[in-house]
Each structure stands twice: as C-alpha cells, then as structure tokens.
Design a protein around this ligand. Structure first.
Ligand SMILES: [Zn+2]
Length: 344
C-alpha cells in the first residue's frame, strides 16, 4: 500500500497544509491566510482540523506515516518549541508540538499517540529541495533561503545537520561587514542585513534619501507594498540605482557563499526564497565575488545554469555547484512532509 504524510508550513503570511506521498507526489493542499492576531491555540486548532480533514480523505488509499511542521524561527527540535519567533508573535516558548499532538489525540489517523515533528522552515526547505528539487540525489548540500532574513540548512548524508544545540546553519548571522549595521541577534554586519529582501529595501531607501534615485522614489511613494519585487522590476527597466543595489546584494551574498564553500566544501549550494527569482540581477556579481574569495570554488570549474542530470554529474566530478532552488514557496511544505517520513 502506498504511504503519505502531512506537511505543514506555518508562515507569517500563509498557513499551508499538504498531504504528500512518499514518492513526493502532492495529493492535496490547503492554504489559508495566517491570522497572526489569533492566539497560537487558535492557529493550532485550525491546523489540526485541516490535518484531520486531509488525513481522512487520503487514508483509505494510502498508509499515513506522520506530520511534520515547518515554522519560521529558531526551533528546539527536541522540545518541539520555538525559542525565537520574530515573525510569529506569541509563539516564543509556546509548546507548539505538544499542543498539536494533544489536539490530534484520538484522531483515527494515529494508532497510538500522535507524533509530530517541529522544524525550522528553512531547514525543511533544504530537505524538500534535496528530496524532489534542485538537489535531488545530492547527499551533501547547503541551502540558503533569501527572504526577510536569510535561512540556512546543512544536509549531510541526506539528513539535516543540526549541531550541538540544534542551531547549525544560521548563515544569516555570519559577519560580512565587521563594523556594519547592527542585527537583532546582537552582532553587527550580519549577512542578512546585506543580502536579504529587507536589505534590498534598506538600500533602496538609502538611495532615495540620497536624492539620486528618482525612479525608486516614485515607486516607493506610490506603492504601499514597496519591496524586493518592485526594486527588481526597476532593474528590468534598466534603472541604474536599482541595478547597483542588486550588485551590492550579489557581492555580499558572494562573500557569504565564499565562506560557506571554504568551510564546508559541499557538492551543492542551493539558493532559494522569494529573492532568488531576481537571480539574473544578482548572480553575476555573486559568482564574481565567489570566484575571487573562495580558493575552493576557483579551483573547481565554475558551473552555471546546469540542469537535472548535468548538475549531478558535475557534483560527482568534484565541482562545486551553486544553483537556484526549483520548488519555490513549496520547498518548506514538501520538506516538512518528508521529515515526517524519514524521522523514525
Ligand atoms: Zn545577526
């Protein structure tokens, strides 16, 4: 009998729940807006209703193997609790996993006590890309998720590497500018202050304040949701200040990647998250910086724009691959489902 699990991706914008087969096939997906004004208890109640619904619909044709939940923030996987939850107010130290399991108790899906896995969303995304995305078949890789901040994931032998305290892969807090901008973590010059969506907006606002970016100023004042997407649109219209912002972004991302390549020497580094869709605007500068700063990257032939089997072949020939994620916003959802399948 085929088997399936349920993956949940709880973000600051959407709550998404999917039934996914062990073959990686999406059976059904539910997506609702995350209502952050509701208490975590309310959100968990809705999540569990949807889990029961999807489970009941699929369990006659496939065996149910578990639930994985991806959340934004620093997660204590053992305890099933978020220790830092900047994008989910009220969730810090809330016993999320225990509450989800409590609400699923008695659900026909589970023969015994419900078991749920809570994991950081960027780590889930890395696992998703490794399972059925850009890094399919690649056992050792790292993924950077470029969003409001920078999420990170290290996968070794097909498993998430969590480190001593379960905090490995916080790439967003590697220093790229020693005396740079203060970061919420207490450090200065963290990479996520220079190579994330919020960094692009900061640089755009600085350019506008400098008075030499009229197109950016016009868009920023006319569009209430001024963000990375709007700045990228201006790059496509050949706006020079916007192009320079993405070059700066690419340079800092290259500095970060060079450190990661030098330290880890992994086969593949996958770049995902919303900003990755502006790849053409930042990648040339990123690769230039990487080639200059990473002796390991420079020593292996640069491989840009490979696809599918080509990527696997290049990795097996000892070449570092830097590539775009392919699952888009679903990477974390697939990864959360996968976690439930491989965690015994
Ligand atoms: Zn930081």
């Amino acid at each position: 009998m085929p088997a399936f699990s349920i993956g949940v991706d709880l973000g600051g914008t959407n709550l998404r729940i999917a039934a996914v087969s062990t073959e990686g096939q999406l059976l059904e997906k539910i997506s609702v807006a995350s209502n952050l004004s509701l208490s975590p208890d309310h959100v968990v109640a809705q999540m569990c209703d949807d889990i029961r619904h999807l489970g009941a619909k699929n369990r006659d044709s496939a065996e149910f193997v578990g639930v994985g939940v991806g959340v934004p923030g620093i997660v204590d996987v053992e305890a099933g609790v978020m220790r830092k939850a900047a994008n989910l107010p009220g969730w810090e130290n809330y016993p999320a996993r225990a509450q989800i399991e409590r609400r699923l108790r008695g659900c026909a899906l589970f023969e015994n006590e419900p078991r749920v896995i809570l994991e950081n969303d960027a780590r889930a995304a890395g696992l998703g890309e490794q399972w059925i995305g850009a890094a399919r078949g690649v056992p050792h890789l790292a993924m950077l998720t470029l969003g409001t901040g920078i999420g990170g994931c290290i996968i070794l032998n097909g498993r998430i590497w969590r480190g001593l305290n379960g905090l490995a892969g916080e790439f967003g807090h590697l220093t790229v500018e020693p005396d740079g901008i203060p970061c919420g973590c207490g450090n200065r010059g963290c990479s996520e202050r220079y190579a994330s969506a919020s960094a692009l907006v900061r640089m755009a606002r600085e350019a506008i304040a400098g008075g030499a970016a009229p197109a950016l100023a016009q868009v920023a004042s006319s569009q209430p949701e001024f963000g990375a997407k709007e700045i990228y649109q201006l790059v496509l219209q050949n706006d020079e200040p916007s192009r320079r912002i993405f070059c700066s972004f690419g340079r800092y991302l290259g500095i970060l990647l060079a450190d990661l390549v030098n330290i880890l020497n992994l086969e593949m580094f996958v770049i995902g998250g919303g900003v990755a869709s502006a790849w053409n605007a930042f990648a040339p500068k990123m690769f230039e910086e990487l080639g200059t700063r990473s002796i390991i990257y420079a020593a292996s032939a640069r491989q840009h724009g490979l696809h599918g089997d080509e990527r696997q072949r290049a990795a097996s020939q000892g070449k570092t691959i830097i590539t775009r994620a392919v699952l888009g916003g679903d990477a974390g959802l697939y990864g959360a489902a996968r976690l439930a399948q491989i965690t015994g």
